[in-house]
Design a protein around this ligand. Structure first.
Ligand code: PPE
Length: 348
């Protein structure tokens, strides 16, 4: 991981290397945190955060499910995300907000522990590899079942819950696969370790529904919207394990992974063993959407603007759109760098 300049911690921008927590942080011991994965893309409109408001909304809802009141409004978190990307001078990056129980209280009743919020961002490339994204990945159905709603809250994106994904991921990688697909507690297909899953049979796209212990993926919502706008039939239903083997196409979606074809499941070749046609069409349309090339989905993009520059008297001197993170010829970008330097104390 390549460090960036700044991390937002409880409302303050701090240098990357100073963004630390105490070893007795509640969330570190008990997994009492909720987080998001968000991406910012270099788009036709300049750097823009994909579905920023929806990610903030899910973060606040996940927090609520674990009894945490987030001490910032949705709008404050949305704006902090944009400002963080701008101040770090990045044109595209992965963004990781986390809300967690902090330092000061131990034991399993967290209600008196502090609720801390941080947002970090860094450049994170192709999650399941270039080859995975273009040729497809090999997946294994995990012997670990997806967490059940009887024990945890699949709809919450909670830190502790990810031990389930870690077990499945490590098992699949050690067995020589790229990714695991988990079944739910009823034995139906649920999702990948960090992605929602879809099958295509006879031109119809099917994906497990809300009752199937999935995380309600924001990329999933985008995929379903794009697919139905293109005229494909999209259904949410229970999917049997063998339906994956028999499918014409299988693919995954997630913020980190984007859209990834699955070319094998449990050593069964899917379709022709090449990424399927519908998967390719959706990959292309999604790529256009995230890069601002399709008018129809522009509302999904939240453009990053350089922070308003302050004169010594504290008066704002203007706001400029960032022009791509290299700082060349853009007042906004150099302003963002200057702002970051003021904070980090770095000298030129
Ligand atoms: N299911 C799970 C379990 C999951 O973690 C993710 C995202 C999804 C589905 C897809 O949701 P969405 O990103 O809103 O479309 N996984 C995040 C974390 C990955 C990680 O390695 O960390 C992500 O993609 O950011």
């Amino acid at each position: 991981m390549e460090p960036t300049d700044l991390i937002w911690m409880n409302g303050v921008f701090v240098p990357w290397e100073d963004a630390k927590v105490h070893v007795l942080t509640h969330g570190l011991h008990y997994g009492t945190g909720v987080f998001e994965g968000v991406r910012c893309y270099d788009t036709e409109l300049g750097p823009a955060v994909f579905r920023n408001a929806e990610h903030v909304e899910r973060l606040i809802k996940s927090a609520k499910l674990y009894y945490m009141d987030v001490p910032f409004s949705a709008e404050e978190l949305r704006a902090a995300t944009l400002e963080l990307v701008a101040r770090n001078g990045l044109s595209s990056c992965y963004i990781r907000p986390i809300v967690y129980r902090g330092y000061g209280t131990m034991g399993l009743n967290p209600l008196d522990a502090t609720v801390d919020v941080t947002i970090a961002c860094w450049e994170w490339g192709v999650y399941l590899g270039e080859e995975g994204a273009s040729r497809g990945v090999r997946a294994k159905v995990s012997s670990w079942r997806r967490i059940s709603p009887d024990s945890l809250i699949p709809h919450a994106k909670a830190s502790g819950q990810y031990l389930n994904s870690v077990l499945a991921k490590v098992d699949s990688v050690k067995s020589g696969y790229d990714e695991a697909i988990l079944l739910d507690d009823h034995g139906h297909v649920c999702e990948g370790t960090g992605e929602n899953v879809y099958i295509v049979r006879d031109g119809e796209i099917a994906t497990p529904g809300q009752h199937s212990s999935i995380l309600d993926g924001i990329t999933r919502r985008s995929v379903m919207q794009i697919a139905s706008d293109l005229g494909y039939r999209v259904v949410e239903r229970n999917i049997a394990r063998a339906e994956m083997y028999l499918a014409d196409e299988v693919f995954l979606s997630g913020t980190a992974a984007e859209i990834v074809p699955v070319r094998e499941v449990d050593d069964h070749m899917i379709g022709t063993g090449e990424p399927g046609e519908i998967t390719r069409v959706l990959q292309k349309e999604f790529d256009d959407a995230i890069h601002g090339r399709s008018e129809r989905y522009r509302e999904w993009l939240d453009p990053v603007r350089a922070p308003a520059l302050q004169t010594p008297t504290g008066e704002p001197v203007g706001e400029h759109a960032l022009a791509g993170g290299d700082g060349a010829g853009a007042n906004g970008a150099s302003g963002a760098v200057a702002a970051a330097e003021r904070i980090t104390g770095a000298t030129g």
